[in-house]
Design a protein around this ligand. Structure first.
Ligand code: X90
Length: 281
């Protein structure tokens, strides 16, 4: 096939059906150990290493990793984690320049998700749909750009420690979470950074808050993709709440893999959703 979908491991997706696909892993570093976020990652081992409380951090794919993922595709649609929090998108753009210079007839389209996890997953699903419906390159590109305006990401986190230690939120914001039982509910901002919306007491309050935000943002049925770090119970509860509120919601749940799991931390939930193309009358 002419088209290939490529992403980084922040999409939490390691394989898709029917269309050529590859992902470039990010890395989680714990002390002097490197955990590439790929199929071989042992999450339990990573958690065990993290539980000792030493220094940890992450690294984005390099230009070479992206070139490997593009491989020999004619047309690549490449969905990256937000450029507002990671160098992954910049590396993908540099790889695109190299690739297109070396192979003048090939094209790479880098799509900055301005998000992570389940919202990236939705963009990948939409690309699959557009490609499978037999559209040309330009129509696919127009389609994914239009769709990206209609998707959103919410999160509910119990701890912002890893985000703060790696400079992705300010330490003063992270301190909120140190109060026992407080969860922060937030969204990916228009610039692709973390925007804290609410501090909630307890899990139930934070889950209904997420549903309320979805409704205020114009959701009235459509796709919802949930990802949780070790918190299937809350993810199921949230899924039920969403299905009860909108009977045409298509909700799926998956556990977080390495990168999202590291930053969402134990108990964290991420939610990607799409708004219908026309607002409700
Ligand atoms: O380049 C790197 O080392 C990766 C840095 C990634 C930083 C943040 C990942 C966040 C994932 C946390 C909740 C969702 C926030 C999304 C805001 C756009 C999960």
């Amino acid at each position: 096939m002419k088209y290939k979908i490529v992403t980084d491991s922040a999409s939490n997706i390691h394989s898709i059906e029917n269309i050529p696909f590859a992902y470039a892993p990010l890395h989680i570093m714990v002390g002097d150990r490197d955990f590439p976020d790929d199929d071989n990652l042992d999450l339990a081992q990573m958690e065990e290493a993290l539980s000792h409380g030493g220094k940890s951090g992450t690294a984005c794919p390099g230009i070479g990793d992206w070139l490997n993922a593009f491989e020999d595709a004619e047309v690549v649609f490449c969905v990256t984690i937000t450029s507002g929090l990671s160098g992954s998108c910049a590396a993908a753009r540099a790889a695109k320049a190299e690739y297109e210079e070396q192979y003048p007839l090939r094209h790479v389209h880098v799509i900055d998700s301005l998000s992570a996890g389940p919202e990236m997953a939705l963009l990948i699903e939409k690309l699959q749909e557009l490609i499978c419906s037999g559209l040309g390159e330009k129509e696919i590109l127009d389609g994914i750009r239009e769709y990206a305006h209609r998707t959103g990401l919410l999160f509910c986190l119990k701890s912002l420690r890893n985000l703060a230690n790696n400079g992705r939120v300010s330490p003063s914001v992270a301190k909120i979470c140190e109060i026992l039982g407080i969860r922060v509910v937030g969204q990916a901002s228009a610039q692709g950074t973390l925007e804290i919306l609410n501090k909630c007491h307890g899990e139930n309050g934070s889950l209904s808050r997420m549903v309320k935000i979805m409704s205020e943002t114009g959701f009235y049925g459509g796709k919802v993709r949930l990802m949780h770090n070790n918190n299937e119970k809350a993810a199921e509860k949230l899924a039920d709440l969403i299905r009860k509120t909108w009977d045409n919601a298509d909700v799926r749940i998956a556990p977080t893999l390495g990168l999202c799991g590291y930053y969402a931390e134990n108990g964290g939930i991420m939610l990607g959703f799409d708004r219908p193309a026309s607002p409700r009358l």
